[in-house]
Structure formats: structure tokens, C-alpha cells
Design a protein. Structure first.
Length: 65
């Protein structure tokens, strides 16, 4: 062993403008409401909700200690 530790953060869908714009485009292409697009996407996520950017920051701080 070389004493190397590796951590990874894989948050899934993160709440933010980029994700929301993607959902709007998906809804338009699928001819469904934005709410239906969010519901469909989130139903396929393990945690069934969007991750808040602050949650990722908290994980990074925890791992950096």
C-alpha cells in the first residue's frame, strides 16, 4: 500500500440553472409540462430529489478534513 486514499462525490442531479434549463428543453421536446419532466426525471433517481449545491460543499468540506 502506498497510503493513497481516493474519495469521490457523485451527487446525481444538482439544483441549478443549467439543470432547470435542461428540464425546460426536455419538456418542450417531449410536449409535456416542466413539472411532468421534473417528476419523470426524479422518479428515476435513487434519492428522488435534486441535490442542493450546499450539500455538495458540505461533503467536500467533510472529506477535506
Amino acid at each position: 500500500m502506498d497510503g493513497i486514499r481516493v474519495n469521490v462525490i457523485l451527487p446525481g442531479a444538482v439544483r441549478g440553472e443549467r439543470f432547470e434549463q435542461g428540464m425546460i428543453r426536455f419538456a418542450e421536446q417531449a410536449r409535456i409540462t416542466v413539472e411532468e419532466a421534473f417528476s419523470t426525471y426524479l422518479s428515476r433517481q435513487a434519492i428522488s430529489r435534486l441535490v442542493e449545491p450546499e450539500e455538495i460543499a458540505d461533503m467536500i468540506l467533510f472529506l477535506a478534513q
